[in-house]
Ligand binder design. Sequence first.
Ligand code: SF4
Length: 325
Amino acid sequence: METVFSGIQPSGEMHLGNYLGAVRNWVALQDQYRCFFCVVDYHAITQDYERDALSRQTLEMATDLIACGIDPERSVVFVQSSVAEHTELCWILDTVTPFGELGRMTQFKDKSAKQADNINAGLFSYPVLQTADIILYKASLVPVGADQVQHLELAREIVRRFNKRWGDYFPEPQALLSSTPRILGLDGQAKMSKSLGNTIALGEADEPIRKRLATAATDPQRVRRKDPGDPEVCNLHTLHTFFSDEERLEWVRSGCRTADIGCFECKSALADNLIAHLQVIRERRAELQAQPGRIEEILREGARKAREVARQTIDEVRDHIGLWG
Ligand code: SF4
């Protein structure tokens, strides 16, 4: 069975962008692959963050992962900083990573521009730690969005350089590109993101969800109720494809094109289906929260399993590159 690795930032409660863009796909991957899913807190500390919030947000994200359907019996779920081998391998990989390549990473440039007074070395070598995350478990497949393709290409280059310098050891990870359509935020402009405030938290109450959808951007050409619209350019239609059945989708598509339905009705139907879908996740979340210490227990067990694999890799790598002991 091939191994899959993926990580998610501990940004607190999961939002619709995380769920539709990544986690929903991870849940499906569990049926076919040996999966390692990690809350990447070491990556998070390269950006400005609240010291007192980090640990809570890490637990919240892990809780949401399980509530969304990541099964700790089938997948290894853990927190990155619980497995010290990630940073140990990162240092070793630093020695075969070209400095110039890191400086060319688009994300490094974007993040540096956003936090100009905190351009730290961790931000610079972020893709090296990402490479370590993946190859520590000899993962051959990495589910990535379009914004991560450049980092995965660099990971492959780092693996090639390591193997060339020290002899074949690590498999070159491949991108597992999902067929998920590009999901914009409710503003219809940028990618869904908590910091941009254009998304919906999975735990959000029903009324705020309805209100947010009611003001979401639609086909900009559909100005009046009687104007026909084009569902293909409307982000609300994209959201319907995740939560509505074929019959409802046909109602949206033909009703929009003929102006038989208005955006208000369309959004209201989406809200009903989205809320029904989230209800299942919320119930699982509440069950987990009703068991004090349960998530911590799952993460400790996940870290134990991850460490077992990671330690073996590090021991072999140390021997491979000639370190003492
Ligand atoms: Fe978008 Fe629905 Fe309005 Fe058409 S009817 S523009 S799909 S919100």
